[in-house]
Design a protein around this ligand. Structure first.
Ligand code: MRU
Length: 339
């Protein structure tokens, strides 16, 4: 499945439009930087690692649209990098592709393709390590996992991250089920994670977001596994809104809370979770459901796309390079120890 790609037919970025899933499989053929920026902002393409790939191809598009004018190409590519603030890979993907700008548009495109190819290798290593860790943490029986948002191929490219670890366990016969939180307001869990799990034949159930902590508290979950958009240097994790309440519930019940993400998501220039810029999105996403208005028109809204889980509530952050294990506290107050 091609989720983010380059068109062989003229300079264009081709995206599977995730806004239309699961009802329709539609592709966008983007020939302008404005089109790429809009696709990123409206979540036609989404998920931190795939935003990196989209950013890299967006930079390649900018280079093709401004051959012989590197300053203009760079300025256009920067607009893609700034389209959403929280996920680390978006700006990294743009920046990496632009390292070849002096060598011409074809070189920028080659680098963008390398960003996509590296992602698949990273995912394979991280998900294998995460599956090993989850089996070690939950040895008694096939594991019952809880997750939020979408961290499969749609978000991360081939192999996925947190959802990829669930798929690895399924392949090993070591997975009982995935409980997927629907992920209000844009329903990445209900629309995308369920779609990926059904296609892979993985046993799953869907729950409303507020049922997640209850499922943990009542012994229905062996481990929580989530992705990350940005991880601060101290191990605090920004992920989809609704993650923090799952981490609180998991710590309270002694259930492992495992984060799976590429190493590049750990940002040494962001010291703590308090320094992470959390994207706030438009009111329209909250004021209605399924096309129907559900509240009084004009109601003021708080709509953060992400929340930050303190390192003290995280059992381990698993990347392609390491399992960064934390000392979980039920209060989240104590400083974590790391190795
Ligand atoms: O707003 P999104 O859909 O781009 O959010 C990103 C995510 O998919 C999640 O936060 C995810 O858990 C981390 S990225 C694989």
């Amino acid at each position: 499945m091609h989720i983010v790609d380059w068109s062989g037919d003229g300079p264009a970025v081709v995206l599977l439009d995730q806004r239309a899933l699961p009802q329709a499989t539609e592709y966008l053929h983007l020939t302008t930087v404005d089109g790429v920026v809009d696709a990123v902002r409206t979540l036609a393409v989404r998920g931190a690692p795939n935003l990196g790939v989209a950013g890299a191809f967006g930079a390649a598009l900018a280079a093709h649209l401004h051959p012989g004018d590197p300053a203009a190409a760079r300025a256009e590519a920067d607009r893609v990098a700034r389209a959403r603030p929280t996920a680390v890979p978006l700006a990294l993907g743009v920046r990496r592709a632009l390292t070849r700008l002096a060598d011409g548009p074809a070189a920028v495109l080659a680098e963008a393709r390398a960003v996509a190819a590296d992602g698949a290798r990273v995912n394979a290593a991280a998900t294998t390590r995460a599956a090993d860790l989850l089996q070690a943490l939950c040895p008694a029986r096939p594991v019952r996992l809880l997750t939020v948002c979408n961290t499969g191929e749609l978000a991360c490219g081939e192999g996925g991250s947190a959802l990829g670890a669930a798929l690895r366990l399924h392949e090993r016969g070591a997975l009982a089920e995935v409980l997927a939180c629907e992920t209000r307001p844009l329903l990445q869990g209900a629309r995308l994670t369920v779609w990926e799990l059904a296609r892979a034949g993985v046993p799953h159930r869907l729950c409303v977001d507020s049922a997640g902590p209850a499922a943990i508290a009542t012994g229905r979950v062996d481990a929580v596994v989530v992705g990350a958009d940005r991880i601060a240097a101290d191990g605090d994790v920004a992920n989809k809104i609704g993650t923090y309440m799952l981490a609180c519930a998991a710590a309270r019940s002694g259930v492992p809370f495992v984060v799976v993400a590429p190493e590049e998501t750990i940002d040494p220039t962001t010291p703590t979770g308090a320094d992470i810029v959390v994207e706030e999105r438009g009111a329209d996403e909250v004021l209605g459901f399924g096309g129907a208005t559900t509240t009084l028109p004009g109601t003021p809204v708080f709509n953060p796309a992400f929340d930050v889980t303190p390192a003290a509530l995280v059992t381990a952050i698993v990347t392609e390079e390491r399992a960064w294990e934390q000392a979980v506290t039920t209060s989240g107050a104590a400083a974590p120890s790391r190795r």
